[in-house]
Design a protein around this ligand. Structure first.
Ligand code: 13P
Ligand code: SF4
Length: 348
């Protein structure tokens, strides 16, 4: 790849602060690292997955697959690579490892945490299960492998409403996001579903920043703008949005919408993708950054491909992996609308 080619992909990005702004000079500095990663990727038969929230030079310079957690879980099911470099946070790398126990999975991030995944432990879930023995336990994908292992079905932001609606159980315990939990309660009411949903108290520190006042202000200033939010935002923000969905669904909504202006209520990485891929669409308002996702630097991807540090390699004990796998397989099954039959993890 040449610096000019990289610059053409990145030049329209204006959100995400200084780190996410690109000149030709900056691309000239980045491109030797990009090319070394591309060379090593071939040599090691590695594949690079990048969540939409990571820095644009990774998304447009080296990634083979880019998307949300559901899409990336599907992409990783079909790979013949020996090494999976998951440029995201730890729980996403763990999901890839649960699905691909024979492959080496590496998460290059310096700080691969997530305030949602870190808000609940397996011990908490075991205690809740004793307290609510007649509830089905549904975990958001933003949870550790040990938490997934204690739950019945995993969901992502792309399928949470559809899966909960399809479950045979009426009593649901959803964890760990309190905002998504309340959004789920409201959505079940809207769909006239009889589900009773309890939820845990976690939150995403990036999405909880958005307020209904911000939404009202944008509506006044830009009456034609479409307001698009992630279900990790609070219920008032969601109620006042034109569209709510996982990051890939948000992108798809923009892609198909004839509107010209958008307020994207999620991490800045998605807005960067919008500016890079749809330069004729206009972003209004501001966005927030996830320090965990942004702690994946291009040089870390190179270092991790060359010689991963112990903390970057995802390892999972087999008994926990097998239990967590069941909740992921249940997700794939329900996501495709199948209530019974052989679990066949095929993605749409
Ligand atoms: P998506 O599955 O929508 O990409 O969400 C993951 C996430 O961490 C959102 O903050
Ligand atoms: Fe976790 Fe929020 Fe960062 Fe997503 S944006 S990885 S939910 S802290």
């Amino acid at each position: 790849m040449t610096a000019q080619e990289l610059y053409i992909k990145l030049k329209n990005i204006r959100v995400g602060g200084q780190v996410c702004q690109y000149s030709l000079k900056k691309c000239e500095e980045l491109v030797p690292v990009v090319n070394e990663i591309l060379r090593l990727k071939k040599e090691k038969n590695a594949v690079i997955l990048a969540h939409s929230y990571v820095t644009p030079e990774i998304v447009y310079g080296v990634a083979d697959f880019v998307g949300d957690s559901y899409k990336l879980s599907c992409d990783v099911l079909n790979t013949s690579a020996d090494v999976i470099v998951f440029v995201a946070v730890r729980f996403m790398g763990e999901t890839a490892k649960i699905l691909n126990p024979g492959k080496q999975v590496i998460v290059p991030a310096r700080d691969p945490g997530c305030t949602l995944a870190d808000s609940i432990t397996a011990e908490d879930v075991r205690r809740l299960r004793q307290q609510f023995p007649d509830h089905a336990f549904i975990c958001y994908v933003n949870t550790s492998v040990d938490v997934k292992a204690e739950c019945d079905v995993c969901v992502t932001s792309a399928n949470v409403y559809a899966i909960v609606e399809r479950l045979p159980n009426d009593k649901i315990y959803f964890l760990p996001d309190k905002f998504m939990g309340l959004n789920l309660v409201n959505e079940m009411k809207r769909r006239k579903s009889s589900k009773q949903v309890r939820f845990w108290s976690g939150s995403c520190y990036v999405h909880e920043e958005y307020t209904e006042e911000q939404v009202f202000k944008i509506r006044l200033e830009y009456p034609d703008a479409k307001i698009v939010s992630h279900p990790e935002c609070n219920a008032q923000v969601v109620a006042n949005s034109d569209f709510v969905g996982g990051t890939e669904q948000m992108l798809d909504y923009m892609r198909k919408s004839p509107a010209k202006q958008f307020l994207m209520l999620t991490e800045c990485g998605l807005s960067s993708r919008l500016q890079a891929e749809f330069p004729d669409k206009d972003l209004v308002g501001s966005c927030t950054l996830c320090k965990y996702m942004k702690s994946n630097l291009l040089e870390d991807v190179l270092q991790a491909l060359k010689a991963p540090r112990q903390g970057q390699i995802v390892t999972i004990e087999e008994p926990a992996r097998l239990k967590a796998l069941k909740s992921l397989q249940a997700m794939f099954q329900y996501a495709q609308g199948a209530k019974t039959g052989v679990v066949q993890p095929l993605c749409e």
